[in-house]
Ligand binder design. Structure first.
Ligand code: FES
Length: 617
């Protein structure tokens, strides 16, 4: 393994730290640290939204930086994150305004930020009611309704209401969510109103604690979806659900426990009382949303893949089988689904990226085990899902692994040999999906892999640098590419890219690209008609666009037209929590969006076979 120098980069104020190869952009290093900078210009250096301040380290300003910043600002370390590269250890300050994710009160549409009017469904109002008298013996609930308007109330809260009112001399804070009285609290607690937005992924669950008064993000926590014990993709979970009701109950219990653990962690870390959390939003794919609610997704396993529900569900967080650890009368909003394999996470992504209010032709792609594709053209949104399989997650790759410590996450050819970056500055124990794409793209450029996906022998590429030649090992009539020797590996065994790994990547990439091609051709469009391609999701935000284009996963467009939009599902779940307007739009989007079933398209198999071939260049 080539031991390329790596630099330690610490981001302030979060304190997040990563190790990166020389020449990595600050934008890329920040993304690796989980900090997504805004890039409305696609990293061209023309918007100035990705600004950071270099506190320590040698980060030379680019020509674009000199246009944006005065000499004094440059002297203070101001730089454009997309334009500058790391050539030493560094400490970088990231202003909140430069972060995509922390822009909780803003959503992005084709490069323009729309201010989001924060108006949560939950409203807290301090009231002082008059006590009943002989002259006015009106009922307790009526006294509240005189001030707040008509209210629905759960019987359990109505039982508590007389005592709550009398204990505080008829003064206190009423908590109302869309006409439902959720609580009546002693004193003025109007400043303590919180909600939690969940991005419920097949692999990971992300929870964001939000202040419902300001829309501000208080904290983020994430965990693995424990349902991975029932398989790493939605099909496995559907099969498990079809096997028995006990499996459904177990998967629901597991995910509810995981969500409760995240709520506890966020409450504890940020000093928020769970009883002051009044609403939870859930955005996940259709199967995840069904299982969260304890609803069987069995019908999603057979044609015509009809879900049990598509419109949004507005439930009680304590409803049978759910029992989230929040206020006992808290509300739960489950996003609407578009179809069996286009779920609330896609609706949330459309919401967050502002596709519903955009005039351009835009492709939104969430690359994962299930690749979700939304195409906006002339104001209409069509959606599809492509079963890519788990190769991008590192599964079914011999030395594949998830993007955790010890994973090779980046591979570059430096003119002589391959350089690799390992997460956590550890010895490598495998490679994750981004490295797989990088590696195959570099080997295509070196002509070590041909357009059919075959790894050729060293003799077939006479001009190959010696270091690369040394990496090509023949075994069982196939050629494998050595990533690192047994001595350099954390497992004590050599790590290779095998021929079958390339085939797995072709299947995954081909499924998504075939989906994109069919979606475009249905509307008589070509890739050149796309004003922008938005990459969403935990994986999509880490891939190198140039390499994704090289392997054919994405159309070969100018890179400035391909933009990262962070965790759009999470951003959408947050938006629905703090904006009743956007929540209404989510429901309109789910109803209006067209669901294209790729498996029913006569062209799909042909398109898929062609898309599995790597582009010739
Ligand atoms: S200037 Fe860096 S993303 Fe626009």
């Amino acid at each position: 393994m080539s031991l390329a120098p790596e630099f330690k980069v610490v981001f302030q104020p979060s304190g997040r730290m990563v190790y990166v190869l020389a020449d990595t952009t600050v934008f890329e290093a920040a993304a690796r640290a989980g900090l997504m900078l805004q890039t409305p210009c696609g990293g061209r250096g023309s918007c100035g939204k990705c600004r950071v301040r270099v506190v320590a380290g040698d980060v030379a300003p680019s020509a674009a930086c000199r246009q944006f910043f005065s000499a004094a600002e440059l002297q203070q370390g101001m730089r454009l994150g997309c334009q500058v590269r790391l050539v030493s250890d560094a400490v970088i300050d990231v202003p909140a305004a430069s972060l995509y994710e922390s822009a909780a009160a803003r959503i992005l549409t084709d490069g323009q930020a729309h201010d989001l009017h924060v108006q949560a469904m939950v409203e807290k109002t301090w009231v002082q009611l008059a006590a009943p008298t002989m002259a006015d013996p009106a009922a307790d609930l009526m006294r509240l309704e005189r001030v707040l308007g008509p209210l629905r109330i759960k019987l359990s809260l109505l039982r508590q209401l007389p005592a709550k009112l009398r204990a505080n001399n008829y003064g206190g804070t009423a908590v109302v969510c869309n006409g439902d009285l959720l609580d009546f609290e002693p004193g003025d607690t109007t400043s303590s109103s919180f909600g939690v937005a969940f991005d419920l992924g097949t692999t990971t669950i992300v929870a964001v604690l939000l202040d419902l008064n300001s829309g501000a993000e208080i904290g983020v926590a994430a965990t693995m979806n424990p349902q991975v014990n029932n398989g790493d993709d939605v099909i496995s979970r559907i099969c498990a659900a079809r096997d028995s009701q006990a499996n459904i109950t177990a998967m629901q219990d597991a995910v509810i426990q995981a969500c409760n653990a995240l709520i506890r962690q966020l409450s504890r870390d940020h000093g928020v009382q769970p009883r002051h959390i009044y609403e939870v939003t859930i955005a996940g794919n259709t199967t995840m949303q069904h299982l969260f609610c304890g609803i069987t997704p069995a019908a999603l396993g057979e044609m015509p893949f009809a879900p049990a529900f598509s419109r949004a569900l507005v439930l009680w967080a304590c409803e049978a089988g759910i029992r989230l650890e929040v206020n006992e009368h808290a509300r739960l909003y489950v996003f609407p689904n578009i179809g069996g394999f286009i779920g609330g996470d896609t609706v949330a992504g459309i919401l967050a990226t502002g596709l519903w209010d955009c005039k351009d032709t835009v492709l939104l792609v969430d690359i994962g085990t299930n690749g979700e594709i939304a195409l906006l053209h002339q104001g209409k949104i069509s959606t599809a899902s492509a079963a890519a399989g788990p190769a991008f997650e590192g599964a079914r790759i011999v030395n594949g692994m998830r993007a955790t410590s010890g994973a090779i996450e980046k591979v570059v050819f430096n003119g002589n040999d391959l350089q690799m970056n390992v997460i956590g500055n550890a010895l490598p124990i495998g490679m994750c999906g981004t490295a797989l794409i990088d590696l195959v793209a570099e080997l295509l450029r070196l002509e070590v892999i041909d357009c059919t996906g075959r790894i050729v022998t060293a003799d077939e590429v006479p001009q190959l640098p010696e270091a690369i030649r040394q990496r090509l090992h023949e075994a069982d009539a196939q050629v494998n590419v050595l990533l690192c020797s047994a001595a350099d590996s954390g497992t004590g065994e050599a790590l290779y890219l095998y021929q079958k790994d390339v085939r797995e990547l072709q299947l995954a990439s081909g499924a998504i690209r075939a989906g994109i091609n069919i979606m475009l051709s249905r509307l008589n469009l070509t890739a050149d008609d796309l004003d922008s391609v938005l990459l969403a999701g935990g994986f999509g935000n880490f891939i190198r666009r140039r390499n994704a284009c090289r392997i054919g996963l994405l159309p070969a467009l100018p890179l400035a037209r391909i933009r990262f939009v962070g965790n759009a599902a999470s951003a959408g779940a947050k938006a629905a929590l703090v904006s009743r307007k956007l929540r209404a739009i989510a429901e309109q989007v789910a109803t209006a969006a067209e669901h294209v079933d790729l498996s029913m398209d006569a062209e799909f198999q042909m398109e898929f076979a062609m898309a599995m071939m790597f582009p010739q260049q």
